[in-house]
Design a protein around this ligand. Sequence first.
Ligand code: ADP
Ligand code: ASP
Ligand code: MG
Length: 425
Amino acid sequence: MALIVQKFGGSSVADAESIKRVAKRIVETRRTGNDVVVVVSAMGDTTDELLDLAADCTPIPAPRELDMLLTSGERISMALLAMTIKGMGVEALSFTGSQAGMITTPDHGSAKIVDVTPGRVREALDEGAVAIVAGFQGFSRDSRDITTLGRGGSDTTAVALAAALDADRCEIYTDVDGVFTTDPRVAPLAKKIDAISSEEMLELAASGAKVLHLRAVEYARRHGVELHVRSSFSGEPGTVVYTPKTGHPKGDLVEDSVITGVAAEASEAKITVGGVPDIPGKAAQIFEVVAKTNANIDIIVQNISAADTNRTDISFTVPMGEGRKVTEALEAAREELGFETLLYDDQIAKIAVVGAGMRTSSGVSAQLFRALYEAGINIEMISTSEIRISVVTRADLMEKAVRVLHTAFGLDAEETATVYAGTGR
Ligand code: ADP
Ligand code: ASP
Ligand code: MG
């Protein structure tokens, strides 16, 4: 008998029909003799709708109350799913994140898991029940408040529970057949990947492939949890995300492909600090000011200084939601930093190509730059890591750039990918 954690995303439980379909799958897994722990997201676009509702009530909702509001979405689906399963003759009990022992930091909207104490989930399993846990939420011992893990966080709930319960498998069910070489909503010729290393999946998730929550992949890698990403709408085998501990499902001899996938996101903004005196210590000073805002900086570019003025420009990207606090902090320190201009541009997109084979293969950047050049797409910033190259372009060219690179790196499939549901919101 195995212990299996199954996570169902919003589009998999969007309405009563979907909930019944998912319940059937869970009941089948249970009836074949497995212990089953289920993690659910809010139904369909509920989380977005709750956010819209909050914004209609007040411009800047209090973070504590926003978390209270958002966690209600997952409570609805967990209760509906539990009663549906019970209706099918299988015992089921639903638990909030707090009841399931998801202990987090007190940071509303971006809480991190610090401990998992799933005593009640264990008890439910011992009694023969299916345990249904609300995803994306936890409880802070410090503040004694309910928290959320950040958008897409239900994946992380599932992985954390799988690790804490020492589950045999963690299955992430969504609205596509697994992890693809790029978002099939953007490039219909995206190809399904059978197995991907957690290292590459980390880079893809960090670059905008929202099929898995970045922290879920990090957690899985750290705890050696093998993830299976599958569709809840088909019987396809999906994608295995393997870790150094679990190893490639086909053994060690599989060669890394040069490029595994392309990811993109338009949720970043570019800040340019212009006319910075080109003297030692300026970059340190600027980024110390930025660091105090706790913003997540990604790509940084410094231009060569103009010979006549000995001043330079420094540009960097931050998530759009953090742009305002960063520009305010820099503006407040303008005199001390001695810069001349401050520009904020949120019409940018970041596109990344990822592949472990890049380590041993040269010429990938040249190929990437040429493909974008031939498509008439201008590159504004570039950054590279061992297995990733990212570029910044205009936001309205993002989808075109993704398709161009997907084709240029030979990733196109013969047939179009199936997207079963969801609005892509
Ligand atoms: P869920 O609600 O099940 O968590 P998400 O909407 O968070 O689902 O994630 C699934 C979506 O991720 C897909 O519908 C797809 O549009 C998008 N996506 C982005 N990049 C990829 C990729 N590389 N492979 C598969 N799906 C991707
Ligand atoms: N419902 C949450 C969201 O939409 C969490 C999740 O679905 O993973 O972000
Ligand atoms: Mg998701």
